[in-house]
Ligand binder design. Structure first.
Ligand SMILES: [Cu+2]
Length: 78
């Protein structure tokens, strides 16, 4: 199960169902509510949301996924 890729300084989620900038903004806003998230960058073309953790923080992947899903989008298993 790999619905995200992560490295030391970023976590990339694969998000399905985003069609426009409004969707991207909704996903971004949802992810920003998760503890430890410093910033979010959404790419409509790549269908990804890349999360930058706050310094020293490790956002909970399950919470990131839940935030996207509660905003009405799907996080894809790849
Ligand atoms: Cu949209």
């Amino acid at each position: 199960m790999a619905f995200f890729t992560s490295s030391k300084d970023k976590i990339t989620l694969h998000v399905e169902g985003m069609h426009c900038n409004h969707c991207a903004a909704t996903v971004e806003k949802a992810l920003l509510t998760v503890d430890g998230v410093a910033s979010v960058k959404v790419s409509l073309d790549d269908k990804t949301a890349t999360v930058k953790p706050k310094r020293g923080a490790t956002p909970d992947i399950a919470k990131l996924k839940a935030a996207v899903e509660s905003a009405g989008y799907k996080v894809l298993d790849e």
